[in-house]
Design a protein around this ligand. Structure first.
Ligand SMILES: [Zn+2]
Length: 191
C-alpha cells in the first residue's frame, strides 16, 4: 500500500483508497493543496472506476460531515437525497460537496441546482477527467439564485444548437458558466 503524503491523512473510503499521488489534474501546487485540504487528504474520488462518488465536507475543517458517508452512484449520476436533512439543517455556507464525473463533463444543470438551492452549501468541487472544477458562493453573493439558475437553464437549452461536438460542448458550457457566475458574484474556476 502506498504511503500517505506527509501532512495529509490518507482516508480509506472502503472500496477506494486513493492517495494524493493520484491527482493528475493540470493544476498548480496551490490548487492541489487547497483541494487536498478541502477533502481532508483524500484524493480524486472515483478516478479508478467509471462511477460517480460524492462526499460531504465541513468547509471550515475539511473533514467529512458526521454520518454523511460516501455516496456511490452510477456512471453518470450520484444521488444526494440522503443528505437533504443535513443540507437543510446546516448553517449557511458551511458545507462543501465533492463529487466526480468520470466522463470529463463540467458541472451539470442538476449540480448547479443543488448548489444554488441549499444556502448551507458554500462550495462544490468537481474532479472531472483531468480537470478540476470549482464553485464557491462569495459572502457578498447576490442571492438571486433563481435568476442565476434561469440564465444557466436558458443557456443550456441553446448549447445543443451551437455544437454537437463533445469537446466544443464542454468549452461552450465552461464559457457560459464563467459569464453567468461572474454576474452572480459566484466564484467559478476550472483548473
Ligand atoms: Zn455532477
Amino acid at each position: 500500500m502506498r504511503q500517505p503524503r506527509k501532512g495529509y491523512e490518507n482516508r480509506d473510503f472502503g472500496v477506494l483508497n486513493v492517495s494524493a499521488e493520484d491527482l493528475t489534474i493540470d493544476a498548480s501546487d496551490e490548487v492541489k493543496r487547497r483541494f487536498l485540504v478541502a477533502c481532508n487528504g483524500c484524493s480524486l474520488i472515483g478516478r479508478r472506476e467509471k462511477r460517480e462518488y460524492a462526499v460531504l465536507i465541513d468547509s471550515a475543517t475539511g473533514k467529512t460531515v458526521k454520518n454523511s458517508g460516501l455516496k456511490k452512484g452510477t456512471e453518470n449520476t450520484v444521488s444526494l437525497t440522503e443528505w437533504i436533512p443535513l443540507l437543510k439543517q446546516s448553517r449557511e455556507l458551511t458545507l462543501s460537496i465533492i463529487h466526480n464525473h468520470p466522463n470529463g463533463a463540467p458541472f451539470s444543470l442538476g449540480d448547479i441546482k443543488e448548489f444554488l438551492k441549499y444556502p448551507s452549501i458554500k462550495s462544490m468541487w468537481l474532479p472531472s477527467g483531468k480537470r478540476l472544477y470549482y464553485l464557491e458562493k462569495q459572502d457578498d453573493s447576490v442571492l438571486a439564485y433563481d435568476a442565476i439558475l434561469k440564465k444557466v437553464q436558458l443557456a443550456a437549452r441553446n448549447i445543443g444548437k451551437t455544437t454537437d461536438n463533445k469537446q466544443n460542448r464542454i468549452e461552450v458550457v465552461h464559457l457560459i458558466y464563467k459569464e453567468v457566475f461572474k454576474h452572480g458574484k459566484i466564484r467559478y474556476e476550472r483548473w
